[in-house]
Design a protein around this ligand. Structure first.
Ligand SMILES: [Zn+2]
Length: 382
């Protein structure tokens, strides 16, 4: 009997956690990474896939997505998207709240091939009215933000629910200011879990929100356009907010969260020029941005690659950085013994148009395209 079940042969392995970037083979036994070495004899594996000319990276983790398909109007189908996007773990960012998380778990999470973890919305019904025709923020009616119910349900699903999500702003919270944040913080503190925070239009302003976040909390939509963007001014001028630097310095995770309104090339360019990089690149993909401007995680990664982040930085921000943010050191790396989640990417050269949420177009010269997705040792097929 062969020692390994699957051998990915001849690719270029990038595993930022182990500081690996070079030609290497990857061997999988069962659901675990068994070996990563320059040459692994083919006869040691039951199955060999030739990945010459391709990048072999830890399975992509999308830290901010919406995959409660059918249960919420913004949900996309997780299995369809995972194959196309090369994503092995979706972290659902608050689609469900205490009132409908059990349905999300039974109908989607338990049945999907792709791994789904979640932040529980502090609002009881989750993001319940988010469509092109109906848009009612779940943080508007504070009676929905029941702290005790959120804590109770999060404790019922300790392996599925990573922490609490809150959406703040004029759209999600219609002028409720910081009240939803204070309520969500209470739940996250009781659970000793991270809080993921969305801000849209003020109020509240980012300068009010950021100082309240704790080490390990996740600040998403970091590269929004003005207002409530990362800069002190409109467009690409201005300085990176001192509150943003301070939050990063004390261990708040800076997440990109592209979505339909939360990523502008101007904001990103200005931040990168000043050395302020996102810790995590995520797509915030949902029903209203899956056909653009967000599309998926590799497209979002490609934008950052063309804006000047290095390939290793981009891979790190979609693998071990999100794994660390969710406290899963068994994911996001090709270290021996890690879960055998692997994404094989084509690093294509050419002329590719990319668009941001303001409709600005940037012509890029590189594009990352997933060609093979392996979850816990099992290659996905379309
Ligand atoms: Zn979102």
């Amino acid at each position: 009997m062969a020692e390994y079940d699957l051998l990915l042969a001849g690719g270029t392995v990038i595993d930022p956690l182990q500081d690996l970037h070079g030609p290497s083979d990857v061997a999988i036994a069962g659901s675990r990474i068994a070996a990563v070495a320059p040459t692994i004899p083919r006869e040691h594996s039951a199955r060999v896939v030739d990945v010459g000319g391709r990048l072999v990276v830890p399975g992509l983790i999308d830290l901010h997505a919406h995959v409660y398909w059918g249960g919420t109007s913004l949900g996309v189908d997780p299995d369809d998207l995972s194959v196309r996007a090369g994503v092995t773990t979706f972290v659902d960012a608050g689609s469900a709240g205490a009132g409908n998380f059990p349905g999300f778990c039974r109908h989607l999470i338990e049945r999907a091939r792709v791994r789904i973890l979640a932040f529980l919305n502090i609002s009881f019904a989750g993001i319940f009215a988010f469509s092109r025709h109906v848009m009612v923020g779940e943080s508007v009616d504070l009676r929905l933000l029941n702290v005790a119910e959120a804590v109770r349900v999060a404790r019922e699903y300790p392996n599925r629910i990573l922490g609490i999500k809150v959406r703040l702003g004029l759209i999600a919270g219609e002028g409720r200011g910081l009240a939803p944040l204070h309520m969500a913080l209470q739940a996250a503190e009781a659970l000793e879990r991270p809080l993921m925070v969305h801000t849209d239009l003020p109020p509240p302003t980012r300068r009010e929100v950021l100082p309240l976040l704790r080490p390990g909390d996740i600040f998403t939509h970091a590269f929004r356009p003005f207002p409530n963007g990362p800069l002190t001014d409109t467009g690409s001028t201005g300085q990176v907010l001192p509150e943003l630097w301070a939050a990063r310095d004390r261990g708040v995770v800076i997440d990109l969260g592209h979505g339909m309104g939360s990523f502008s090339f101007d904001s990103a360019r200005a931040c990168l020029a000043k050395g302020f990089l996102p810790d995590v690149i995520s797509s915030d993909v949902h029903a209203l941005c899956i056909d653009g401007p967000a599309y998926d995680l590799p497209t979002t990664m490609s934008k950052l690659l063309n804006l000047g982040m290095t390939l290793d930085q981009v891979i790190a921000a979609a693998t071990w950085a999100p794994a660390r943010a969710i406290g899963r050191p068994d994911l996001g790396t090709l270290r021996e013994g890690a879960v055998a989640d692997v994404t094989v990417l084509d690093d294509q050269a050419g002329e590719f148009p990319f668009v941001d949420v303001l409709g600005q177009v940037m012509t890029g010269t590189r594009r990352l395209v997933p060609v093979l997705t392996i979850i816990a040792g099992e290659p996905l097929t379309r």
